[in-house]
Design a binder for this molecule. Structure first.
Ligand code: ADP
Ligand code: MG
Length: 152
């Protein structure tokens, strides 16, 4: 069993969050699942854009707010899944939308609003918590904590 390390860092701009996403992409493999946690505007979609770019996607990534699941083809022909779990309410939603299958597939999957479905996620999920640092006068400051990745 591998040990889970907690990485804690601060992002001071959307660009820094994007760059972190690119870095995270280097540690992902077919079948990787990344669960993002954090309120509206905390930077989940920005981070996802960075991850997608790092995986070689050139398309513009937009939040799947209404579609729930967006799929993109990666350069190696694997699939990149971008999921927004905000509107999911219960376990039925989870299976009916096909998310259950996706998270156990060989694709690379990123989920926004993972708090909605966290109890259904496997234990090898990479979890990333984004927080807007309110005590800081600089409103671009985001505290980011990562578990399930042993290095960056
Ligand atoms: N350090 C930062 N990292 C990410 N986004 C930031 C940061 N500072 C300010 N922002 C702004 O916060 C917003 C984040 O939006 P978004 O990524 O869509 O959040 P979410 O998907 O969590 O709702 C953007 O408007 C972005 O410009
Ligand atoms: Mg979003």
């Amino acid at each position: 069993m591998s040990e889970v390390f907690l990485i804690e860092l601060v992002s001071n701009s959307p660009q820094e969050t994007f760059a972190l996403g690119q870095q995270i992409a280097n540690s992902l493999f077919p079948g990787s699942l990344v669960a993002l946690y954090g309120t509206l505007g905390s930077g989940k979609t920005h981070l996802t854009k960075g991850i997608a770019f790092g995986l070689g996607l050139t398309e513009n990534i937009t939040s799947p707010t209404y579609t729930i699941i967006n799929e993109y083809s990666l350069p190696d022909n694997n699939i990149f899944y971008h999921i927004d779990a905000y509107r999911l309410d219960n376990e039925n939603d989870f299976t009916e939308t096909g998310i259950l299958e996706i998270i156990h597939s060989n694709g690379i999957c990123i989920i926004e609003w993972s708090e909605r479905i966290s109890k259904n996620l496997p234990c090898n999920t990479i979890s990333i918590f984004l927080e807007i640092s309110e005590q800081n006068a600089n409103s671009s400051c985001r505290k980011i904590r990562i578990s399930g990745l042993d290095k960056l």
